[in-house]
Design a protein around this ligand. Structure first.
Ligand code: ZN
Ligand code: ZN
Length: 132
């Protein structure tokens, strides 16, 4: 299976115990729907689902799917609202991450987790001030 970014042969790698295909030339990572939450930092919610549920099916990229060869993978964004771009194949549910995308995703997840802790902390202070 060849990388659609640079045409190198994809090789099997192991990320967080999950077998994925990666490109050693350009750093791309090929996973499938459901695997993003396994290789990225843990958080509440389903990051795979959140990323594809609101996808705009008119946003075709130039990439063909490395997995099934379908032309024009869809441009999607991690958890829909972030500016982290990924590519998704509707046919075989492959997700293509470019170099450093996983690091960006992990940073975003850390931010989400941190914001949630702050929010819970603020809520607990608010509740402790209530007269009961
Ligand atoms: Zn490549
Ligand atoms: Zn595909």
């Amino acid at each position: 299976m060849k990388c659609q970014g640079c045409s190198s042969e994809l090789v099997v790698s192991n990320i967080e115990g999950i077998k994925v295909l990666t490109c050693h030339e350009c750093g791309g990572i090929l996973i499938h729907y459901g695997e993003l939450k396994k290789i990225a930092h843990p958080t509440i919610g389903d990051v795979d689902y959140s990323s594809v549920e609101n996808m705009d099916e008119s946003r075709h990229s130039k990439l063909a799917c490395p997995s099934c060869g379908t032309a024009g993978m869809l441009d999607i964004n991690f958890v829909s609202y972030s500016d982290i771009a990924m590519n998704y194949c509707k046919e075989c549910k492959a997700i293509w991450l470019e170099k450093n995308t996983l690091e960006q995703i992990n940073r975003e997840i850390d931010k989400i987790n941190h914001d949630k802790e702050n929010w819970e902390h603020a809520l607990s202070i608010f509740l402790s001030k209530l007269p009961f």
